[in-house]
Design a protein around this ligand. Structure first.
Ligand SMILES: *Cc1c(COP(=O)(O)O)cnc(C)c1O
Length: 235
């Protein structure tokens, strides 16, 4: 029932809001510095509507076409900012450029060109984050560029028509203490800002590790399960 789901989302948002507030205070940072992105993958557009009613402004999705379908199905003139946070195939970049406002998963040069083309065609400007894999040697499937590739990729985004360089995004290593990895991310972010002073976004922290992300300086946390509930099939 909608009213029941609404109450559940409201309670979860309150809990997550408290966690963010507490972590921000503990880190000695100013209140309101951290933006919540609610990752709605696998959940229906009706949940996005409810979240928007409850004041959520930033929605994250990780797959095309699911993300585009949901974007189209959300009702009314919602002032939402749509973040694409998943691995993005080059041949889908143009389609995603039509509805996403922020691409958090820019991890290779060819994708920069494809997103730029898509943004120009759509007549839109896209905010882009360079996704960095903090432990590239430990993963079977790479999730982001290598840390040493960040400067060139960031430069390519900054120079591309229709794209704006926002900053960095990363996932914590699976099943390990996220703090050392997030510390390395913070150093990469500081280095990036010395070259690109406007690239101040740092997207780090999910349901299980948002405190570590905020401690490391995250400006955005990407939260799925802690707001929406456990996904039927986790991904
Ligand atoms: C699913 C997902 C999240 C949210 O993860 P939760 O553990 O559900 O909070 C964050 N970032 C990315 C890239 C995701 O795919």
């Amino acid at each position: 029932m909608t009213s029941q789901r609404r109450a559940e989302l409201l309670a979860n948002l309150a809990r997550v809001g408290e966690r963010i507030e507490e972590a921000t205070r503990t880190a000695g940072r100013a209140p309101g510095e951290v933006t919540l992105v609610v990752v709605t993958k696998t959940y229906p557009a009706a949940d996005v509507d409810l979240l928007a009613d409850l004041g959520v402004r930033h929605i994250g999705e990780n797959r095309h076409p699911e993300a585009g379908d949901k974007h189209a199905a959300v009702t009314g003139d919602r002032p939402l900012v749509w973040h694409f946070v998943g691995g993005l195939q080059t041949n889908k970049a143009s389609a995603v450029a039509r509805y996403a406002d922020v691409i958090e998963s820019v991890d290779r040069g060819p994708l920069v060109g494809a997103l730029s083309t898509g943004a120009l065609r759509a007549g839109r400007d896209l905010d882009c984050l360079v996704q960095v894999d903090l432990e590239p040697e430990q993963r079977e499937v790479r999730s982001g560029c290598r840390p040493d590739e960040v400067p060139d990729l960031a430069e390519a985004v900054a120079r591309a028509d229709g794209l704006r360089l926002g900053g960095l995004m990363a996932l914590a290593p699976l099943g390990a203490d996220p703090r050392p990895a997030f510390e390395r991310l913070a150093q990469l972010a500081a280095r990036l800002r010395s070259e690109h002073p406007d690239a101040v976004v740092l997207s780090a922290g999910m349901s299980g590790d948002l405190e570590a992300g905020i401690e490391a300086g995250a400006t955005h946390v990407r939260i799925g399960r802690a707001v929406l509930g456990e996904r039927p099939r986790s991904r």
